[in-house]
Design a binder for this molecule. Structure first.
Ligand code: UDP
Length: 327
């Protein structure tokens, strides 16, 4: 059995990745500070609580588990928050990743799968983005992830740290078996907020901006099912273990949904209307983020077969009604 160090393994995407790693024959070793993650979500392998900036702790975890690779999910990822406190993002995401990469190199663990974001592209006037699109982030979150991508390239040249970078579009849905799901406190993401509003767990959803240059005036995003997303990570890990070159892959579907379209689909799936009000734009939001994922499909053999809006909301709704974490 082979250990893989999963930073952020107690979070939404990281916990789904741990389940997929275990199914693929690896042992996921979760390293998580529990600042935004949940101990209850660590179900598929050992858990080590620690901060990325705690280099001594990282060194001891690398020595104890001797992982064959790192999957690095741990990050702060909220557009609203990063506009108010950019220092938090540069310290936690950039300095934290630097500490992790230095510990990995020191331990001789040189295969690194990194969770980046479409927010590195910024607002690019209604183009469908691909991996060669220029990166012009408009918020500190996107800027912090772009900086980590740059560090990875430098670390490969200097230290041989080989990497696969995944630039995610919007992730939604949950494990259909209900072992793990999306649970943030505070919650800021569209789908869980909508489901909360539907069943009265919180007030009406606020649509952030109805005056964007899109057909219905609301922002357009490309939503990927979390299970499809983590499948790509397993393929990325195998790619590195087969000795292939470092590579960047977008993970999206090429289809955009406006906020109003997501609301309509939620109404259809749950058979309940989403209470909402129209509000002003949220600082840092791009008008439209949609990806081509042909590279992941062609080169990795990725098959995103669950990433239709109906299935994502159905799985999120099932989790929403039954699942949550206590600690
Ligand atoms: N959104 C919204 N109301 C909310 C939360 C999100 O209108 O309460 C919109 C947001 O402006 C964006 C889309 O929903 O266009 C997805 O936002 P989310 O925060 O889920 O993900 P992000 O795109 O920031 O990664």
């Amino acid at each position: 059995m082979k250990n893989v160090l999963v930073t952020g393994g107690a979070g939404y995407i990281g916990s789904h990745a741990c389940k997929a790693l275990k199914a693929a024959g690896f042992i996921p070793v979760t390293y998580d500070s529990l600042v935004t993650g949940w101990k209850d979500a660590v179900k598929f392998g050992p858990f080590e609580q620690g901060d990325l900036l705690d280099r001594a702790k990282l060194d001891s975890v690398f020595a104890q588990y001797e992982p064959v690779a790192v999957m690095h999910f741990a990050a702060l990822s909220l557009v609203g928050e990063c506009m108010q406190d950019p220092g938090l993002y540069w310290r936690n995401n950039v300095a934290g990743s630097l500490s992790l990469m230095e510990a990995a190199v020191a331990a001789g663990c040189l295969d690194f799968v990194f969770s980046s974001t479409c927010a590195t592209y910024g607002d690019q006037d209604n183009v469908v983005l691909d991996e060669d699109s220029v990166q012009m982030p408009i918020n500190a979150y996107g800027a912090s992830k772009r900086a980590i991508e740059d560090m990875l390239r430098d670390f490969e040249v200097a230290h041989g740290l080989r990497h696969v970078i995944f630039r995610y579009f919007n992730v939604a849905g949950a494990d259909p078996e209900g072992d793990v799901g999306e649970y943030h406190r505070p919650e800021t993401h569209l789908v869980p907020l909508m489901l909360d509003a539907i069943d009265g767990k919180r007030d009406a959803l606020t649509i952030f901006g109805t005056d964007y240059d899109t057909p219905d005036g609301t922002c357009i995003r490309d939503y990927v099912h979390v299970c499809d997303l983590v499948d790509a990570h397993i393929l990325g890990l195998k790619w590195l273990r087969e000795g292939k070159d470092s590579r960047v892959f977008n993970l999206g579907t090429g289809t955009g949904f406006s906020v109003r379209e997501v609301l309509d689909e939620s109404h259809a799936v749950t058979n309940r209307a989403v209470p909402y009000v129209e509000g002003p734009r949220r600082a840092g939001d791009c008008t439209k983020l949609v990806s081509g994922s042909q590279r992941a499909i062609n080169e990795l053999g990725w098959e995103p077969h669950r990433s239709n809006m109906k299935e994502m909301i159905t799985d999120a709704w099932r989790w929403h009604q039954s699942g949550h974490y206590e600690g």
